[in-house]
Ligand binder design. Sequence first.
Ligand code: B12
Length: 216
Amino acid sequence: MDQSDIEEIAELIADLDDEAEELVQECIDAGLDPVEVLKGGVVKGLEKIGILFEQKEYFLAELMVGGELAENCIKIIDPHLPESSDGERQGCVVIGAVSGDLHDIGYGLVAKQLELAGFEVHSLGVNIDAMDFIKAAQEKGANIIGLSAFLVTTIPNCRDVVNYVKDMGLQDQFKVIMGGAETNQEKSDMMGADGWAPNAMEAVTLCKNIMEAHFS
Ligand code: B12
């Protein structure tokens, strides 16, 4: 088993072939790096599906099948992801997909990595109203509110959360971060967020930096 099998996982996912699940299991059993199986295999496969959707070769039904297949593969990889915690509690994060957005695979990976890095994480789900992020952050005593947005139409909804935090004078209590396909640092700055990360690994670094700069 080697890199070519990881590439094959991406191909199988893009073809919506559930043999991807077996190959993921085989790669994990053979001791291949689970992070590489996730990134180079599963996430790559979803990227390919996104491209086929853009090219109008795939439609909503294919996106749904692909999303489900990827989720099943992630369940196999999940228990093998390396822990990067030094044992100390790092801080508390509430995270979810903003109002109108149903994409939960990306933020699910961020939540998982944050947990493995020692953060207390509360996943709120998808299609979460701006005020519900604030309520959950208050209830859970969170330091960081994580917003996930995958659609050009839902990215602007991140601004509502940022505005509530400001209007309610909670800027010192909660820092707001965002991420998701179609987001970038520039859009995050435009929304007034305190930080942005392109992937789960960098989201952990971002949250650690925020904890050090604002809550230590
Ligand atoms: C699977 C999928 C779906 C599935 C989602 C299933 C699920 N359970 O999540 C379903 C079928 C529901 C779906 C629906 C739709 N989708 Co869709 N979908 C995708 C697809 C193929 C993969 C998304 C994914 O999960 N990727 C895997 C993760 C791991 O990706 P990732 O971005 O690398 O994740 C990392 C970062 O984003 C970051 N991150 C994520 N969240 C956060 C949060 C924080 C705080 C931080 C710091 C970081 C962070 O960390 C993640 C982990 O490393 C993408 C294509 C793409 N290129 O993204 C389209 C895509 C996002 N969808 C798209 C569209 C258009 C739709 C629909 C509107 C289609 C339709 N006609 O109905 C609907 C909208 C539904 C809704 N209201 O949300 C478009 C969006 C285009 C745009 N410009 O807005 C895309 C880009 C496809 C395309 N190329 O056109 N979709």
